[in-house]
Design a protein around this ligand. Structure first.
Ligand code: F6R
Length: 261
């Protein structure tokens, strides 16, 4: 895993946005689609802000297809806490992406339709040639997407139960823990590991322990993020606080600047 530590989450997010934009611009220039795997949560918000800035500087997302990692289940798309609302608010409403090219697990379907939905989600990713760049945040328990500790490395898109720690972390958005859905639909670990390139971001002291476990700890399904060590193209992008427990030889500060190419 290649670890880069930036001065702060702003410059780190700029680096990630720039990397995505470069891929999009390259593919646009040869009339190819770009397929992105996207995350929600507080971590990627500054990255979406930078992508919107890059769009205003001329980067077009008309040829971009996106697959979100996860969605609560059950939840209405129109609910303020849904990841459908999140993506519109933080990204889709501000760029020229075609909404038909954006895919998010569906929290509105009947229980009986979930398994077919999940198979179709996997099939749809493959039909579009697989994910070029997958963006990830890290849960406090090491979850990636909503693959909670214990998730199998060959798991695919499916309905899962959320852990207590994940539901507690989500309470700030729902106001009351009782209102946090007990389940979610998430891409699996295998789905994530099939992406060509994976970029994991983490900010703040609160994530430092789990960052260390994922990067320097044993590969174990009890720490889902550690399974990323099995992938040959993972970039971990951190601020100094999130990197503070890593071995010192990993720490190198990187600078990032905004530019269109
Ligand atoms: C969100 C997701 C989750 C979050 C993780 C970190 O789509 O898949 O794995 O990335 O829970 O959340 P934040 O960024 O809010 O700390």
């Amino acid at each position: 895993m290649e670890v880069s530590v930036f001065e702060n989450q702003e410059t780190a997010s700029l680096y990630v946005a720039q990397r995505i934009a470069n891929r999009v611009l390259m593919n646009n220039s040869i009339n190819e689609k770009t397929v992105l795997g996207l995350a929600t949560g507080s971590t990627p918000i500054p990255m979406y802000e930078k992508l919107i800035e890059l769009h205003r500087m001329g980067v077009s997302f008309k040829n971009t297809i996106t697959y979100n990692l996860d969605e609560y289940y059950p939840i209405k798309h129109s609910s303020d806490q849904s990841y459908h609302s999140f993506m519109k608010e933080h990204f889709f409403d501000h760029v020229d992406i075609q909404l038909d090219n954006t895919f998010i697990p569906n929290g509105e379907i009947e229980e009986t339709e979930v398994s077919t939905f999940c198979k179709d989600y996997e099939w749809s990713i493959r039909k579009n040639g697989g994910i070029d760049i997958q963006i990830l945040g890290l849960g406090l328990n090491g979850h990636i997407g909503f693959n909670e500790p214990g998730s199998d490395k060959d798991s695919v898109t499916r309905k899962v139960e959320l852990s207590d720690i994940t539901r507690s972390a989500a309470t700030k958005h729902f106001g009351d823990k009782k209102l946090v859905p007990k389940s979610a639909i998430t891409m699996g670990i295998e789905t994530i590991l099939e992406a060509q390139e994976i970029i994991v971001m983490a900010w703040g002291k609160g994530k430092s322990k789990i960052v260390k476990e994922c990067i320097e700890g044993a590969i174990s399904k009890e720490v889902p993020g550690s399974l990323l060590q099995k992938h040959n193209n993972v970039k971990v992008v951190l601020d100094p606080e999130a990197a503070s427990e890593l071995n010192n030889d990993r720490i190198s500060l990187v600078e990032a600047k905004l530019s269109k190419t």
